[in-house]
Design a protein around this ligand. Structure first.
Ligand code: S3P
Length: 211
């Protein structure tokens, strides 16, 4: 598989659009071909589902940071929030993210709040060969998706979504953080498989020779 040309990280700068895909300017040359993709964005953006599709299209492993937290803690995210609070959850999330970023040929899905911890932003920025992709959508779309998911019998509870009064404020606080952390911003309003394919299209239009 050829590599997606590494893009700049840090300042969002002016964005360029390709269809509903946008790339952050200016790109910075790097000698490290990407071998990891980190999907970021608010709850309901479809990070896990897109991540699954993208990983299988690439033949890479899929790592869901939330699932790693749950596995390591032996309890659900809702339980962790309830007994130990959000701050403790963020500590577990940081450890899980650090571990996931050690994986190669991996697509990672981060929880929606991971960008709120500066240490996580530092980890992402310092992670060589990691392409950070922000899946964005309007808050109303994301809320509708989370509501639909919550109505499914076996769906995992999202404590942050249940705190509806704080949702809009969280969204506004996080959007600039997603934008600053991402190399690429892509609309998440299409179906997850379509979004995964768009990421691959972007991949093939920014091809560098295979190394
Ligand atoms: C959170 C989002 C969740 C999960 C946790 C906290 C948040 O992940 O990490 O419930 O703060 O937005 P998803 O974005 O995958 O739902």
């Amino acid at each position: 598989m050829t590599g997606l040309r590494p893009e700049a990280s840090g300042n969002p700068g002016k964005t360029r659009s390709a269809g509903n895909m946008q790339r952050q300017d200016p790109p910075q040359p790097s000698t490290i071909p990407p071998h990891r993709v980190a999907l970021i964005g608010f709850m309901g953006a479809g990070k896990s589902t897109v991540g699954h599709h993208l990983a299988s299209l690439l033949g890479w492993q899929f790592l869901d940071v939330d699932a790693v937290i749950v596995r390591n803690a032996g309890r659900s995210i809702a339980d962790i929030f309830q007994s130990d609070g959000e701050q403790h959850f963020r500590i577990l999330e940081h450890a899980a993210l650090r571990r996931c970023l050690e994986g190669s040929q991996a697509v990672l899905a981060l929880g929606g709040g991971a960008v709120e911890l500066p240490a996580n932003l530092k980890l992402l920025a310092a992670s060589q060969g990691t392409q950070v992709i922000y899946l964005h959508a309007p808050l109303e779309v994301l809320i509708a998706r989370c509501e639909l998911a919550a109505s499914q019998p076996d769906s995992a509870r999202r404590p942050v979504f249940e705190d509806r009064a704080a949702l809009a404020e969280r969204y506004s606080r996080r959007v600039p953080l997603y934008e600053a952390a991402a190399h690429i911003k892509i609309s998440a309003e299409d179906s997850p498989v379509a979004v995964a394919r768009q990421i691959l299209t972007l991949w093939s239009t920014t091809l560098e020779p295979a190394r």
